[in-house]
Design a protein around this ligand. Structure first.
Ligand code: ADP
Ligand code: MG
Length: 629
């Protein structure tokens, strides 16, 4: 038996480990199972190249609770360690790693409360154990050894009898960590961190029924057997080549990842790159609708099939956080804090790679089946639109896959839209005006008016549309968006014969004054227009800019961008000076009667813009009924 001192300059490293890493105690199991996995895969490699002359077999890792003795066991059949290797890897390497880590991060750990993810490795066992034993036998011809350490810098090392190759780690769980002697807790951890690790992990046994052979007697009872309870899937879909998988496999894997999700994903993107960095993964588009606030069931980040985190902010571009799935990369430096991660060059590259890959996938999806893509558009648009406003590279490619649907059920790519409307929808400044509605029901009357004039009306109803429009207007040449109820619509150049005004300028001036007096509301600016249609004598429009700013404020984007409070409500009351009603009002001699007509017409205009509410609406209805008498 050897006794010795672990060479360490930070005194009492173990209390430090406990203190600084308090909230993340549970990761000890992930670390120990990762080590067991490494040991197993290293042996696999050595046997495959003929370096180790042993049978690799079907090794597994076992996790076992011994409640009576208050121990937790992690047993592997990997390459094991000789006494010299224990000295070297456990006493020196592992310890210096832990020490270095603490030296480096104890300050930041104090500030941030805790470091999310780190590579304390083997010594993280001391966060939950008062004593740790290693019993290990190398695949090499050397005696088995037992190492024991109680958390002080002293350790003992002795030869023991152990005939099977591999390592057993025994944690004597300390009194304040007895939760890790509970089966449910260990199961929870195994499911969280080890669900897709590459070596089978056994935790207990389960009963399995052997199916009866065909033609068995009716009274025959099926036999049951106890089998290993394997908690992981060692070959998850993302580790396979896309050519090995069909649609069904992708869907099944989605449900394996998110057992509580019953809806099918719309489609998936298989990520697979080995240069200039390693990255695999599968991303899924869930059905999103107009929802941009999805938080649960996030993208999971793995490092060589070990779960690391589902806090992927900074690694995955923001807009893709609306997606689900897994990303696995050995190149992501996981042993550091979040702020470091975000500044890391490799992480930035990964982020832009994923963005590019998603853009490419969109192009191939729309090209492969446009109809299907159009049908799914409504459920994916928030991701695409969010990507367009937040990632320049994504925006640059978006003309190939971003759709602009119309209220009439057609869908255009940008170029197609321009071809369609350019000739017909130009304003006096030569801009192509893109008319859109944000709500088919609320803006029904305006949509109808625009359609009657032969204009195309888009249906842009996602909450980030105001931002998208802003982006398009600032990057595309000579275009201008206008909602159907905006004041722009009357600025469109009419190609038909010019409209001849029915009223003289003097009459118009009088009418304008009369309407202004009758309306008497500072929210409304009265405008007289010679319109060709007789259907809309009075119409309310909104200044496009003002309304859009209000919308942006509502979605949190442009809010306060001018350091202002809420934007005021502003409307135009457009009076069609060519309408019969206009002449009628002008002709009415009795002031009371005249004002009543104006008030009634204004109510109707408000009604069609959904602005008539509360008492005003009640009064209007009463007034209308009494007119029927
Ligand atoms: P890391 O895994 O990052 O190398 P650890 O502190 O987790 O750091 O482990 C230190 C070293 O101890 C490992 O590199 C390995 O050589 C050795 N080791 C730990 N656990 C095992 C095990 N179960 N079987 C064989 N060697 C092990
Ligand atoms: Mg390790």
């Amino acid at each position: 038996m050897t006794k010795g001192n672990i060479n360490v300059s930070v005194e009492n490293i173990f209390p430090l480990i406990k203190k600084f890493l308090y909230s993340d105690h549970e990761i000890f199991l992930r670390e120990l199972i990762s080590n067991a996995t490494d040991a197993t895969l290293k042996l696999k490699h050595l046997t495959s190249i003929g370096e180790a002359q042993v049978e690799y077999g079907n090794p597994k890792i076992e996790v076992k609770i011994d409640k009576e003795n208050k121990t937790l066991h992690i047993i592997d059949q990997g390459l094991g360690m000789t006494a010299e290797e224990v000295e070297k890897y456990i006493n020196q390497v592992a310890f210096s790693g832990a020490e270095e880590f603490l030296e480096k991060y104890k300050d930041s750990a104090k500030d941030s409360g805790i470091i999310g993810h780190f590579g304390l490795g083997f010594y993280s066992a001391f966060m939950v154990a008062s004593e740790v034993e290693i019993i290990t036998k190398s695949y090499k011809d050397a005696p088995a050894v037992r190492w024991v350490c109680d958390g002080s810098p002293e350790f003992s090392l002795e030869e023991v009898d152990k005939t099977e190759r591999g390592t057993e780690i025994i944690l004597h769980i300390s009194d304040d960590s007895t939760e890790f002697l509970e089966e449910y807790r260990i199961k929870e951890l195994l499911t969280k961190y080890n669900k897709f690790m590459p070596v089978p992990i056994k935790f207990g046994t389960k009963t399995e029924t052997i199916p009866l052979p065909e033609g068995a007697a009716e009274e025959a009872k099926p036999e049951t057997v106890e089998v290993d309870n394997i908690i992981n899937n060692p070959t998850p879909a993302w580790t396979k080549a896309p050519s090995e998988l069909n649609e069904e496999d992708y869907k099944n894997f989605y449900h394996e990842l998110y057992p509580m999700q019953f809806e099918e994903p719309l489609f998936n993107i298989h990520l697979n790159v080995d240069y200039p960095f390693n990255l695999t993964g599968i991303l899924y588009f869930p059905k999103l609708g107009n929802n941009i606030n999805i938080e649960k069931d996030k993208i999971q980040l793995y490092q060589n099939q070990v779960f690391v985190t589902d806090e992927v902010k900074g690694i995955v571009p923001d807009f893709l956080m609306l997606l689900r799935g897994v990303i696995d990369s050995p190149d992501i430096p996981l042993n550091v804090s979040r702020s470091y991660l975000q500044a890391d060059g490799a992480v930035k590259k990964i982020s832009s790679y994923i963005t590019k890959k998603v853009a490419d996938k969109m192009v191939s999806l729309i090209n492969a089946n446009r109809e299907d893509y159009e049908q799914k558009w409504n459920d994916i648009k928030v991701v695409i639109e969010y990507g367009m406003i937040s990632e320049e590279k994504f925006y640059e490619k978006s003309d190939k896959f971003a759709l602009y649907p119309s209220t009439e059920g057609k869908s255009y790519l940008w170029e197609e839209l321009m071809d369609k409307i350019k000739a017909n929808q130009t304003d006096k400044d030569g801009n192509t005006v893109i008319l859109y509605a944000s709500n088919k029901d609320e803006q029904h009357a305006y949509i109808q008016t625009a359609l009657d004039k032969g204009y195309e009306v888009l249906l842009l109803d996602s909450p980030i549309v105001p931002h998208l429009i802003q982006k398009l207007e600032t990057t595309k040449e000579k275009i201008q968006f206008a909602r159907v109820d905006a004041d722009h619509i009357n600025n469109l150049i009419k190609k038909d014969e010019p409209i001849i005004a029915k009223l003289t300028d003097g009459e118009k001036e009088t009418l304008k004054k009369e309407v202004e007096t009758a309306v008497n509301d500072s929210k409304f600016t009265v405008q007289l227009e010679d319109l060709d249609s007789q259907d809309t004598p009075f119409m309310i429009t909104q200044p496009e800019f003002m309304r859009r700013m209000k919308d942006m404020q509502a979605t949190g984007g442009g809010g306060g961008m001018f350091g202002m409070g809420a934007f005021p409500e502003m409307y135009n009351l457009v009076v069609n000076s060519n309408s019969e009603l206009a002449s009628e009002i002008l002709k009415t001699e009795n002031t009371e009667e005249k004002n009543a007509k104006i008030a009634y017409a204004l109510d109707l205009a408000k009604l069609s813009q959904n602005l008539l509410k509360g008492k005003e609406l009640t009064d209007f209805i009463a007034k209308s009924f009494s007119k029927l008498k």
